[in-house]
Design a protein around this ligand. Sequence first.
Ligand code: GTR
Length: 412
Amino acid sequence: MKRFIKIGLLCAAVALLAGTGVNAQEVKTNLVEERVPAYELPDPLVFNNGKKVRTRRQWTRKRRPEILEIFSQEMYGHVPGRPAGEHFKTLREETVYDGLGIRKTVRIYLDVAEQHWFDVLVHLPAQAKGRVPMFAGLNFKGNDATLDETSSRRWPYEQILKAGFGVATAWRDSVEPDGKQFVAPGADAAWFCRDGGVRAWYNPGGDWGAISAWAWGLSRIMDYLETDPAVDAKQVAVIGHSRLGKTSLWAGANDPRFAIVISNCSGCCGAAISRRVVCENFAAIDKTFPHWFTRAFDKYRFHEEQFPADQHWLAALAAPRPLYIVSADQDGWADPRGEWLCAKSVEPVYRLFREPGLSGETMPVIPADAEPDSVWYDDDGTVAYHIRSGKHDILSTDWARYLVFASRHFKR
Ligand code: GTR
């Protein structure tokens, strides 16, 4: 018996010693505004060598690539380019919503041999005169599932089509499974993905996390949209909610073909300022979703202040293109104030391009007697922000503002 106790104690000691790394540290989250630590936001307009960025050219040629490299190296991992042999086939096409729209499924083959692919569900306004502007974004549950989510939330296709826009979506997991377990090349580990995802197929030794893989998928959708004669490929807004909102910011940063960047309730490692360390923080997100990130990110658990950037630098990579950041007031976990601050803090970069940022100096406030799902916005500028009453979601009231914003910027 004694021996067992000794062995037990020994095991506990070994576990304790082995667990002195970040994994063993207890992840605590601050849920209170009053306990946000004092912090200073790093200036996006200072080069890595400490010199000031003064011109657009300096930003575009040198500073922007520096920031892109910081996020590639330290947070999401590097995003590879277009795969050789990529090509497209339309599998199905039909008229829907009493003639309002055309729905088609397009298969994006990622190699000549057609071993790897994912499918995109495309809706286009049927009565359009000329090429149409588009939204492109990934979905959480599968392309067919978006057809059940079309009325008041997520994918209100009729509302989008009526406004004269098309929309293209693909299932996140058909590009890269959203699971902690990295799926090795050739492995048949996941029911939803024949042999892993794109991280296994391309660049398996690469440092990219799932967010980079999803952003890569969005660029492949863009590759397709450039070939569709019904689409105005110069007017494609990239959009995403939550983890896919982090992804849309990252896709917009990597791929300048996206003409508007929209992040809906993207929170930590999306639009929320990390140095506030409020609600979801680096330790919490990297513990629960390590597969979203490159492993270099692990060292910043509990050390947001040491990250060489903050999320307004990421958002500023959209400049000078229109940028729209959105929160929901009951989505505390995503830190609405941090998201608004991010939208506010990209202004110096937009100013370089003489593009207006937010007009308000303070965050829009939802009055106590506001209707459910109502939206309070500051969206006259090239940078826009709104907060919606209600939960962590993307609703048709959010889409209504996106449609107004995109119509104005695309001059539709
Ligand atoms: C949460 C996660 C968030 C957000 C969200 C989502 O669990 O903590 O960062 O991305 O998931 O994607 O729904």
